[in-house]
Design a protein around this ligand. Structure first.
Ligand SMILES: Cc1cc2nc3c(=O)[nH]c(=O)nc-3n(C[C@H](O)[C@H](O)[C@H](O)COP(=O)(O)OP(=O)(O)OC[C@H]3O[C@@H](n4cnc5c(N)ncnc54)[C@H](O)[C@@H]3O)c2cc1C
Length: 554
């Protein structure tokens, strides 16, 4: 009996009733758009039946030994080499392995030490993961802390008042996708490594170059060894060596685009009595983005009474500024407390609860969208191809979507044929979507930092002093800034559309920029309902509603 095939069948079958209950409940709650999820359910049942037929054929051929290999041999699928065992490389390898391909991952570090604490996986990322492997998706759900069943949104950094609350449950319910969750990067890497099989991962190995040789590709390692495969996936991160070779970049100076911000991050215990509990109750609030000029502060509940935050500061690139060097303060925590000293207690309390040694810093970069992802049998994936700013929490999510598509295309290369076409199709199915997420991530950064609450707030430095003083006087009158009034109105109109697009892609085909979540193909719809499935909370529509005139609503 093949392990791979058996788990496919049982997981899909087991998940079905959850989807069915969820569908009925979601329809009561959200009414109109649940039909898509129902259609998806029917389609997936067909896929499930198809999957069962494949199992039978595979088993018949597998005989007594080496079942997974038997599937591979029968279809003669490509042998896949992967440079980089981060989120992208591991998921791509797990996805290819699950389709019956033979995979080897080369990972530079001997032991993982990821930057930052937990990672947020939104519904699109989990949908794609579920389509790749329902078992891995279930493990992620088991270990993760669901935040998508709570109020999330933007707040004024100084007053701590809500600027805009949004409901991330809706795209999940409408599209049969799991709710947003956060989980430790270590746990995620463990789950993914298990999915690949540790015997298929070579830790402490660096891929230095590649060569296309007819119907093969050869990867050369720093220790001089060479490995031949049908495909090489370049998942070696934003400073990718393989991308540098492909595009003729200087590997020491990759063409990264600096966001204008550095991020300081930590996880803190946040269980003390709060000075201002109304907007920070973790039973009601998932993640919050506190807005302000030239800096913003993002915090999320990550379970066990802990909060993870990212403090973004507008500074020059390179870590040469006074805040990075931190000579005027004891440590980064003290510096952040100074920088945010006029901000609301919700921000200051998180800093107060932080252990100074836990704060990490890095410049924020992305890559401009560039369609050169493929060179013969080498394909870029994840941050090496489409790094985005972290404002939407989508870098990892896009890597998972891309991995799903790449494995899907490669699995059509029976007899080892058509690999290059498959890679081109993968890039075509993913380029617009990742480009759109790139643009939206940049847009949210702009919005977060251009935010000004009162006319005259933070007058620009280049004004003559008399003009600056005049604006400071105007500030005292607390006249709402037209930009923030318009901003709120625009958010009220656009945010549900953005959430639906980021989370589920509106059912648009991938080549036209839609999401790649495997809906209707490889996945049984899941809609977790508070109190029934994993989430504990059941907030009402009132909890999310903005009250007052649009533009000045609270
Ligand atoms: C502050 C911040 C917060 C974020 N929050 C989120 C979030 O909440 N949700 C989300 O989805 N995304 C988030 N992201 C983005 C996400 O972390 C990245 O998009 C994701 O980690 C990219 O994965 P990757 O595997 O492509 O690259 P990486 O994580 O960089 O992994 C590349 C791997 O390749 C290895 N490697 C490098 N060179 C070689 C080589 N030559 N040979 C072999 N191995 C090599 C490296 O050691 C590394 O393990 C965030 C990013 C930042 C900076």
């Amino acid at each position: 009996m093949t392990m791979v095939s058996l788990t496919t069948t049982t997981s899909l079958t087991r998940a079905a009733p959850v989807g069915a209950v969820a569908g009925a409940r979601a329809q009561r709650r959200y009414g109109t758009r649940t039909r898509r999820a129902e259609r998806t359910s029917a389609d997936v049942s067909k896929t499930t039946r198809r999957a069962r037929r494949v199992v039978v054929v595979a088993n018949a051929d597998a005989g007594e030994s080496g079942e997974t290999a038997a599937v591979t041999t029968k279809k003669n699928l490509p042998k896949v080499l992967v440079a980089g065992g981060g989120i992208a490389g591991l998921i791509a390898a797990a996805a290819c392995k699950r389709k019956g391909m033979d995979v080897t991952v080369f990972e530079k570090v001997k032991k993982y030490e990821p930057f930052g604490g937990p990672i947020q996986l939104q519904c699109n990322a989990q949908g794609a993961l579920d389509s790749i492997c329902p078992d891995m998706a279930e493990k992620v759900m088991e270990k993760g802390t669901i935040t998508g069943d709570r109020v999330n949104g933007l707040l004024d950094g100084v007053s701590g008042e809500w600027f805009y609350r949004f409901d991330t449950r809706k795209p999940c319910h409408d599209n049969g996708l799991p709710l947003t969750l956060v989980l430790s990067r270590f746990e995620l890497l463990d789950i993914l490594s298990e999915g690949v099989g540790t015997e298929n991962i070579e830790m402490g190995t660096v891929v230095t170059s590649y060569e296309n040789k007819g119907d093969k590709v050869v990867a050369t390692l720093a220790d001089g060894r060479e490995f031949e495969g049908d495909v090489l996936i370049g998942a070696d991160g934003i400073r990718s060596k393989l991308r540098a070779q492909m595009r003729g970049e200087d590997p020491e100076k990759p063409p990264l685009a600096y966001a204008g911000y550095a991020v300081y991050t930590a996880v803190c215990k946040y269980s003390q009595p709060h000075r201002e509990p109304q907007h920070t109750d973790p039973n009601k609030v998932g993640y919050q983005v506190f807005l302000g000029p030239k800096q913003y502060f993002v915090s999320s509940d990550v379970g066990n009474g802990e909060q993870q935050y990212y403090a973004f500061l507008e500074v020059p690139a390179g870590g040469d500024d006074e805040f990075a060097k931190c000579e005027n303060w004891e440590n980064y925590r003290e510096m952040l407390m100074d920088r945010f000293k006029d901000w609301c207690p919700a921000v200051m309390e998180r800093l107060e609860c932080t252990r100074p040694e836990d704060v990490e810093r890095r410049d924020v970069n992305d890559l401009l969208p560039d369609p050169r992802w493929i060179d013969g049998r080498m394909a870029l994936l994840g941050d090496s191809a489409h790094a985005v700013q972290p404002n939407l929490g989508q870098g990892g999510g896009q890597a998972i979507e891309s991995s799903y598509v790449l494995a899907d295309e490669l699995s059509k290369c029976e007899g080892g044929k058509g690999v290059q076409t498959a890679l081109m199709k993968y890039a075509a199915r993913r380029f617009l979507r990742t480009g759109a997420i790139h643009g939206l991530s940049r847009f949210s950064s702009l919005m977060n930092t251009f935010y000004r609450r009162h006319l005259g707030d933070e007058p620009y430095d280049w004004y003559p002093e008399s003009v600056r003083n005049m604006w400071l006087e105007v500030s005292k009158a607390k006249i709402p800034h037209p930009g923030s009034v318009m901003g709120q109105i625009i958010l009220m109109g656009s945010m549900p559309i953005i959430l639906e697009y980021v989370g589920a892609g509106y059912g648009i085909p991938g080549v036209l920029g839609g999401a790649s979540t495997g809906n209707g193909k490889d996945r049984v719809p899941r809609s977790q309902i508070p109190g029934i499935s994993a989430p504990l909370r059941d907030l009402t529509a009132e909890d999310f509603k903005m009250r007052g005139i649009p533009g000045l609503a609270k």
